[in-house]
Design a protein around this ligand. Structure first.
Ligand code: SAM
Length: 245
């Protein structure tokens, strides 16, 4: 009984904290404003990777899972000028992001689970080459495996996928998400899925210790038609199978 009560109290206190954080954020930053740190976890090299990919490849669409307050979405819209479809399953964050990014007319927002969003999007999407940012991981339910399968099975076009919070092999200065057994964002967990779809993983070429902001790791995966262009991006380095660690 006491344990149950404690659990409920902990949940409630987390909800209050999240609510306070959201209200404070909205009061402080009611609109998305481009700035040096804003977007991609305030990471300079990550932004460099994104810019290099946008410069190297003729994308015609960006997809994002996990909008949160819209900072990365705003940065991507600002730099690329491309149409963006983004999804968020938390109603409050969805509304905040919509308000903060209301000056952008090429962003469409979906209040949806990321898997449903991707499935629905691919039913009607006419874009031929997509940059896809997968960042909807924040809790027990990790949709990443299914998100990748949906993309590979249901999107016939060319793509580059960037997954945030992914372990960079051999560089512990980059942080990553680990939600327990079978739910770590690393090659030990996702390597077989990448191999099954013949996806060569690319990682940041800069050492984690030199990255700014939150120093989150990432992995970049490309379809066959985009592979050579991604190889030419010096902000990234391919991870060949013999480098497995
Ligand atoms: C790390 S934050 C995203 C940050 C955002 N991409 C940025 O860079 O500014 C993760 C977000 O994903 C959302 N999320 C988690 N699981 C989700 C799911 N299955 N479908 C949609 N959104 C989800 C969370 O509510 C949270 O707002």
């Amino acid at each position: 009984m006491v344990a149950k009560q404690r659990k409920r109290q902990r949940k409630l206190s987390l909800r209050i904290k999240s609510l306070e954080f959201t209200v404070d954020y909205l009061l402080e930053k009611p609109k998305y404003e481009p700035s040096d740190p804003t977007g991609f976890n305030e990471q300079h090299h990550r932004k460099h990777i994104f810019r290099s990919l946008i410069d190297a490849i003729e994308f015609d669409q960006i997809l994002e899972t996990g909008t949160f307050f819209g900072n990365t979405c705003g940065f991507m819209a600002d730099y690329s000028g491309l149409p963006i479809a983004t999804c968020e399953f938390n109603e409050r964050y969805f509304t905040v992001a919509q308000r903060r990014l209301s000056d952008f007319d090429k962003i469409s927002f979906s209040l949806q689970d990321s898997r449903k969003f991707l499935e629905a999007t691919f039913k009607t999407l006419s874009a031929k080459n997509c940059f896809i940012y997968l960042d909807a991981h924040w809790g027990e339910d990790l949709p990443l495996w299914e998100e990748i399968e949906i993309i590979l099975r249901q999107y016939p076009g060319e793509f580059v996928i960037m997954i945030d919070d992914f372990c960079v092999p051999g560089d512990s200065d980059y942080r990553y998400d680990d939600y327990g057994p079978g739910k770590a964002l690393d090659l030990a967990t996702f390597g077989t899925l990448f191999s099954r779809f013949s996806l060569l993983p690319f990682f940041p070429s800069l050492a984690g210790a030199q990255e700014t902001g939150k120093q989150r790791g990432c992995v970049v995966l490309a379809s066959r038609g985009n592979l050579e262009a991604v190889k030419s991006v010096d902000a990234l380095v391919a991870h060949l199978p013999e480098n497995d660690s």
